[in-house]
Design a protein around this ligand. Structure first.
Ligand SMILES: *Cc1c(COP(=O)(O)O)cnc(C)c1O
Length: 429
């Protein structure tokens, strides 16, 4: 399949270039040139079969059928339990991968695909990525120890949880973690500036791994497909899907899944106090602004990059977007209250991001069968969850394993020249 830039539909590339570039030269994001219905061809409903069915049209041609099978097996070796809370409400747990957040789907797939592309081309790359918490861990885990690839992670100092920070800083080897004196938006801005810098682009061989990369986005389709097919086959239901959203990459993948025929009724985006998108849907005006810090820190995004994709997908027509997606903002107070009530009513321990979704599902889904995408394991936010629910939360093995590993990190001021100098110097070594 070919991919075009959201800013110029004549700017066309193949999958290898789309993934290695991350962002198009004109600053646009890559979009698939076609959405073909593949749902009719789906045979089995295990996660791997769904993944093969959904991903093949996007990467076929560059990869053979056998290679696609191998990539799928290697990338998605974990489960997506669908937990039923009441008659209408389900939780799809996307957090059973190595770093306990849904970003493992994108991180694993993209690392495997990218390292194969680079091997074929005999090239080396540096991945530069900004993280609000979970991206960095998933990307580092996926790329750890891969030949030909170095990873530089920028994260906002003091604004990710202690466990998230450990997940970023305990890899070493080809992974460098940098704590930036600023917000996630500052980190994201540094990354964008780096990609726009011609000197850096020429000499540092940079690529991105943020959810703006189409290689992170398309693998996120598979859990939507898996869950939707399961409910459709077993109960003849097309679910409404609630997606806790920050950069709107996750929900974009859901829209793609629907476009290729999977049985989904509609989407609801649940944001925290960073409500740029709910406001856009209400007023038709899109105004990005600095992010504010909340309990659900991985969604503290004031300028959601993937809105450019969603606008493009619907021909920049807000009323068409609103036919398929609605969006609501949830306060920290509501998030805490929902964590408590989910624990009391259903004995379910939700992390703050998932709780934002559950709140919206309970308030806004109108008794439709609703699936909340649970984006992170509660233990990733152990301190908050324990304090809010008054319980002790055991650490899953993925987290207890890293507790005693030494941390390696650099501190850096929020300054592009300083970052540029660092990247150019690292390149010379
Ligand atoms: C990244 C993240 C989100 C937001 O996903 P987007 O694709 O940026 O909308 C939500 N919850 C958790 C736990 C995350 O890590």
């Amino acid at each position: 399949m070919q991919f075009y830039s959201t800013r110029n539909s004549n700017h066309i590339v193949q999958i290898d270039e789309a993934i290695l570039n991350g962002i198009a030269n004109d600053g646009g994001l890559y979009m698939p040139s076609a959405f073909t219905n593949v749902y009719t061809e789906l045979k089995d409903n295990d996660l791997q079969s769904v993944a093969e069915n959904m991903l093949t049209p996007f990467i076929r041609g560059y990869f053979s059928a056998e290679e696609i099978k191998a990539i799928v097996l290697e990338s998605f070796a974990f489960n997506v339990p669908l937990v039923q809370l009441n008659e209408q409400l389900y939780i799809a747990e996307l957090f059973h991968g190595p770093t306990l957040a849904f970003k493992d789907f994108g991180g694993m797939f993209m690392a495997n695909v990218m390292s194969q592309i680079l091997q074929r081309q005999g090239r080396k790359l540096t991945i530069l990525v900004a993280t609000s918490g979970d991206t960095g861990g998933a990307v580092a885990n996926g790329f750890f120890d891969k030949e030909n690839i170095d990873v530089v992670i920028l994260y906002p100092k003091g604004k990710v949880s202690d466990l998230q920070e450990l997940q970023l800083t305990t890899f070493g080897k080809n992974i460098t973690a940098i704590a930036i004196d600023g917000t996630f938006d500052d980190c994201q801005h540094l990354v964008k500036t780096a990609f726009a810098d011609q000197e850096l682009k020429a000499s540092a061989n940079l690529s991105s791994a943020n959810s703006i990369n189409i290689g992170r986005l398309i693998p996120q389709m598979i859990y939507y497909g898996y869950v939707a097919n399961k409910l459709f086959k077993e109960k003849d239901i097309k679910p409404t899907i609630v997606v806790p959203s920050g950069n709107f990459g996750n929900i974009s993948a859901g829209l793609f899944a629907k476009r290729i025929g999977y049985p989904i009724a509609r989407f609801i985006a649940a944001t925290n106090a960073n409500d740029v998108v709910p406001e856009y849907f209400n007023t038709g005006k899109y105004t990005s602004r600095p992010s504010v810090q909340t309990l659900s820190n991985a969604m503290d995004v004031g300028a959601p990059s993937n809105m450019e994709r969603i606008n493009n997908l619907f021909g920049n027509d807000v009323s068409k977007i609103k036919d398929e997606i609605s969006a609501y903002s949830v306060s920290d107070e509501q998030t805490k209250a929902t964590m408590k009530s989910a624990y009391e009513k259903y004995n379910y321990i939700a992390d703050p991001h998932t709780a934002v979704g559950i709140h919206v599902a309970e308030e806004k889904a109108n008794y439709e069968t609703t699936v909340v995408m649970s984006t992170a394991h509660p233990a990733k936010f152990k301190a908050d969850v324990e304090q809010i629910l008054g319980i002790q939360l055991p650490l899953p093995k993925q987290l207890s394993d890293i507790l005693n590993k030494p941390q390696q990190l650099l501190n850096m001021v929020n300054s592009f020249p300083v970052l540029k100098d660092f990247l150019l110097t690292a390149q010379k070594k």
